[in-house]
Design a protein around this ligand. Structure first.
Ligand code: SF4
Length: 385
């Protein structure tokens, strides 16, 4: 932070107290605050008396709430529309059109006369997304069990493989206590590249109840090797009746979810919407393909089952809140303690449970949102209440 920034630093307590003032005052404050606050880290401005630790999930869950299926995710519906229709569900025409327009815009066109959409911007976008596309494929659209997010847990090590990432080591490592276990896991997650780490209990409310996965098993592995006769036979019989699965097909009963957050590039996000903005998001997605996978392999080598997930498997926002990484907001995004909503979230599901769980914490965001309507006012489709 340079001296000029320091002199204009906003008192964070005042920022949150603005929530109790008028909407106009709150909105005015938001127009001047984000650049300084978002670029420097929210945590520098949050005083201890603003932080509340909660024993339970810190938001009301409607009585009629039922966990969604992964194809309730709008991108699963729009990107996998044929598969959704093949299992007998209608897809709204607007969703299909939006999905196609998004793909068209992001995958085919560049325009050197348009700032942020030129060939160099498109190249940045393609490079940023590359690792996600290669390793985690459809995870951003909520499709699980692909590439690094494979559900496979091998009980026998491949004798020809020096490193066999699917193998779960037979001996279970014992930590001396739960805090030590949490420290080790968080240290590993940070080493692999997580900016924020929280550990919470698995909560079925936040998991997808059913999974659409139209990709045949033979095509789900990044390094599949030559197909076996069984795989070729399975491919012959592959069809919509096999597209949907649920937790009964999952290889173990998860007890713990480790939630990881990755900061997205401030300058890139500031350039949204553009290829540059999408490059910042894409880099987040590529990191989501790397770090949780490494953490899952780490857990497997401690002797525990583990599956990594990006947007697939369950809802990252309530898991992030439950794991103490941030607070709910009117926007529907998790506002993290340090980076605000400028994060991407990922998860690791494991059956390891001898670990100190984090508690949710709030620090005034929802109080502020009660009066600030900036996102709702500026949402073009009025989707934010
Ligand atoms: S989430 Fe929306 S209402 Fe809440 S502070 Fe941000 S802009 Fe304002």
């Amino acid at each position: 932070m340079n001296n000029k920034d320091k002199s204009s630093k906003v008192n964070r307590r005042d920022f949150f107290k603005l929530g109790s003032l008028s909407v106009a005052a709150g909105a005015a404050a938001l127009t001047t605050l984000p650049k300084k606050v978002a670029a420097q880290g929210l945590d520098k401005y949050i005083t201890k008396d603003l932080i509340k630790i909660h024993d339970d999930f810190p938001a009301e869950v409607r009585g009629d709430y039922v966990p969604p299926r992964n194809w309730d995710h709008v991108q699963a519906r729009s990107f996998f529309v044929d598969a959704v229709k093949a299992i007998g569900e209608d897809v709204d025409d607007d969703i299909v059109a939006d999905g196609q327009a998004f793909i068209q815009k992001m995958n085919f066109a560049y325009d050197n006369s348009k700032t942020g959409y030129g060939q160099a911007d498109k190249a940045l976008f393609a490079g940023a997304w590359a690792m996600n596309n290669f390793a985690a494929g459809p995870s951003p659209a909520g499709i699980p069990d692909y590439g690094v997010n494979s559900w496979e847990q091998k009980t026998e090590k491949n004798p020809h493989a020096l490193f066999d990432n699917d193998y779960v080591v037979k001996e279970k490592h014992k930590f001396n206590n739960q805090q030590e276990a949490a420290n080790h896991i968080k240290r590993a997650a940070r080493l692999f590249g997580a900016d924020l780490v929280g550990i919470t209990r698995r909560d079925k409310r936040w998991d997808y109840s059913k999974f659409l996965n139209p990709i045949p098993p033979i095509a789900r592995k990044a390094f599949a090797g030559p197909p076996t006769p069984e795989q070729l036979e399975e491919l012959k019989n592959w069809g919509p009746d096999k597209f949907v699965t649920d937790w009964s097909s999952f290889p173990f009963v998860p007890k713990t979810v480790i939630v990881l957050a990755f900061e997205m590039d401030y300058e890139g996000i500031s350039a949204s919407p553009s290829y540059v903005g999408s490059a910042a998001a894409g880099e987040g997605y590529s990191t989501m393909a790397k770090v949780p996978y490494q953490l899952a392999v780490y857990l497997k080598n401690l002797g525990y089952n583990a599956v990594s997930a990006g947007n697939d498997m369950g809802l990252s926002v309530p898991y992030g809140i439950a794991a103490g990484l941030g607070e709910n907001s009117r926007l529907g995004q998790m506002v993290s303690y340090k980076y605000g909503p400028r994060v991407r979230l990922a998860k690791v599901y494991t059956d390891f449970d001898f670990v100190e769980y984090d508690k949710p914490k709030s620090f005034g965001v929802m109080d502020f949102c009660k009066n600030c309507m900036r996102c709702a006012d500026s949402c073009p489709t009025k989707a934010i209440s």
